[in-house]
Design a protein around this ligand. Structure first.
Ligand SMILES: [Fe+2]
Ligand SMILES: [Fe+2]
Length: 266
């Protein structure tokens, strides 16, 4: 991206995220964002470009004359509050596919599932919408593990494997969507088979299985669910750190910080 585009993007983003502010403050914020974009070089981590670029190929130097490396939030992203909550991540960082999470949770609620399952459904794909797609069940579980009941994190971790395997006893079939996504000849990896076998005989199997049962029918573009519908359930079941997610030194705080500022140099 050339510098002009980067600056324009920063200005547009700042204009969007400062709507409703006093005109002077808003002008200052936009100017600050543009200046930051000009002065600092944002970096894409190896994993963000791997596949599009061969990570072992020689690379042009990242630094640019007269510019320092970005070491804070990317001015092109929407500014997050100082002490961000889970709801702030939904609002400022998660992709629009977050609607799938809210629809899954709404379905679980309608089906009379208990709060643990509803929260697990609300969080089950947060890695897909906000962090890393591959092995999303495991990344998602790690993100939330310090803040939720152990059973919820366990269920999020194993829903990834269980999605590939039918269970007729509860009416779960291999998803039609997976035939479309992966083709009729796709077979889950050995490691997913092993994870499934382990989860199948675990005492929390049905909690993870409930995620897959409420997951499968919840892609509806005509329904719009608001996160507010789950404020009470989040309040009772997600231990929001008072310092804000990312600032609390939990085992996954660094992952939340990376979502806040994914293009920091270090
Ligand atoms: Fe998933
Ligand atoms: Fe899902």
């Amino acid at each position: 991206m050339n510098a002009k585009t980067e600056i324009q993007l920063a200005a547009d983003t700042a204009a969007q995220s400062t709507q409703g502010m006093e005109a002077d403050d808003r002008a200052d914020a936009i100017e600050h964002a543009m200046a930051s974009a000009l002065e600092r070089v944002a970096v894409k981590s190896a994993i963000y470009t791997s596949g599009e670029e061969d990570p072992t190929a020689p690379r042009a130097p990242l630094s640019k004359p007269g510019r320092v490396m970005l070491m804070e939030e990317d001015p092109r992203l929407r500014k997050m509050p100082e002490k961000p909550t889970l709801a702030d991540f939904f609002q400022y960082r998660f992709r629009t596919a977050k609607q799938h999470l809210m629809q899954s949770a709404a379905l679980a609620k309608k089906n009379g599932c208990d709060e643990k399952v509803i929260l697990a459904c609300l969080l089950h794909d947060i890695s897909v919408v906000g962090f890393i797609q591959a092995d999303h069940g495991y990344w998602g579980a790690q993100l939330v593990e310090p803040y939720v009941d152990e059973e919820i994190a366990w269920a999020i971790r194993y829903h990834q494997a269980l999605r590939f395997f039918p269970d007729e006893s509860v009416g779960y079939d291999y998803p039609e969507a997976y035939v479309k996504y992966f083709g009729p000849d796709f077979r889950p990896s050995e490691i997913m088979q092993q994870a499934h076998d382990y989860a199948r005989s675990h005492k929390w199997y049905m909690t993870a299985r409930q995620i897959t049962l409420n997951d499968i029918y919840s892609f509806d573009p005509t329904v719009l669910i608001e996160l507010d519908e789950f404020t009470d359930i989040i309040g009772r079941n997600f231990r929001q750190p008072k310092e804000g997610l990312g600032n609390d030194h939990s085992p996954s705080a660094h992952m939340w910080r990376t979502i806040i500022a994914p293009t920091r140099f270090l």
